[in-house]
Design a protein around this ligand. Structure first.
Ligand code: SAM
Length: 327
């Protein structure tokens, strides 16, 4: 069993306070964050959370660090990155305001975040704004822990990979919070590229995949990930490699092999290969979990395919993009 894997046996021992801020992550994931802080992380290198939202996940991690016998609050730092505001393109919800809705004339929930995280402010470093602006391209300090709950677009994932994945070292731990999201396939194929250099902790914890870096990740691998320079077929093969390693999540609720198959459809969809995307997605419509939870995904991929067919294989722009992607 991996060092991280041992934390799974401690899930039942965790009792988080009822006063935890509103969060979009599950109780299982919060408990894992707590356990990492309490039993695994040292604080010697950077502890980074990308996508803190209203602070639920930050709180669970910070509480674990506070109760850790090795984390030193005087020198250790937990870095929290988020827009800390609602608005178009932020992926933040009004529920991150303490009131549960956006107060008139206000779009920032940063003060609410600070109030809720008050006990941990002495070791919390807040980076408010677009991560492309708030992260330092020249910072090469090693990252001990990375919680990725921010990579909702390929643009943001590029920032994550250029400025944070490059700072991972053997022993670093990463949590991919959106691993059950087929619309974010960059998480899945980049994971495939990282497989030779990491050890997966165990079954995903709800939608979170946890892994530990075990060997230095070569620069060329990191460059290909940040430049998204894989061909469509390479991306599909990389996701297949992940499918060989990941099955149902720890709670038994999420069948990751099917989720990852639907992520492959999105790789083709984003490349403008709508026929191929639908040919991958269509057989999955009979999957009990996917049909129950992802019917909008099927609708999106099917509609793009049908529109494409109606225009005789795509608009000029789509055909041009496709030709460029194929090389
Ligand atoms: C799913 S929420 C995070 C949920 C949070 N971890 C929790 O416990 O509820 C994703 C967060 O990513 C942030 N985000 C997305 N893109 C961002 C960007 N480019 N820069 C900074 N924050 C970003 C949003 O503001 C949002 O709060």
């Amino acid at each position: 069993m991996t060092k991280l894997g041992r934390l799974y046996s401690l899930f039942d021992s965790v009792e988080l306070p009822d006063t935890l801020p509103y969060t979009q992550v599950s109780d299982w994931e919060l408990r894992f964050l707590y356990l990492l802080g309490r039993h695994h992380l040292s604080g010697r290198d950077r502890i980074v959370e990308l996508g803190s939202g209203g602070g639920g996940s930050t709180y669970a991690l910070a509480l674990g660090l506070r109760e850790s016998p090795v984390f030193d609050e005087k020198t250790g730092r937990l870095h929290a990155y988020d827009f800390f505001r609602v608005g178009k393109g932020t992926f933040a919800t009004e529920k991150f305001f303490t009131a549960g809705t956006r107060p008139e004339g206000e779009n920032s929930f940063l003060d609410d975040f600070r109030d809720r995280l008050e006990p941990f402010l002495p070791f919390l470093e807040i980076h408010a704004g677009d991560i492309w602006q708030t992260s330092d391209p020249d910072d090469s300090t090693p990252v001990e822990f990375l919680h990725i709950d921010i990579a909702k677009t390929a643009r943001v994932f590029r920032c994550v990979s250029e400025r944070f994945l490059t700072r991972l070292r053997p022993g670093s731990v990463v949590l991919h919070q959106d691993f059950a999201g087929p619309r974010l396939p960059w998480l899945h194929y980049s994971m495939g590229a990282l497989l030779p250099y990491v050890e997966i902790a165990g079954p995903p914890i709800r939608s979170t995949l946890a892994f530990e870096v075990t060997r230095p990740i070569p620069e060329d691998v990191l460059k290909t990930i940040s430049e998204d320079a894989f061909s469509l077929d390479e991306k599909l093969a990389l996701i297949s490699a992940v499918q060989e390693r990941v099955d149902r999540d720890h709670t038994g609720g999420i069948p990751f092999k099917s989720v990852l198959e639907l992520a492959k459809a999105y790789v083709a969809h984003y490349a403008g290969e709508h026929r191929r995307a639908w040919s991958i997605a269509k057989p999955l419509t009979g999957d009990e979990y996917l049909s129950r939870t992802r019917s909008d995904h099927f609708e999106q991929v099917r509609k793009a395919y049908e529109d494409d067919r109606a225009t005789g294989g795509g608009s000029r722009l789509t055909r041009l993009v496709r030709k460029t992607v194929r090389g």
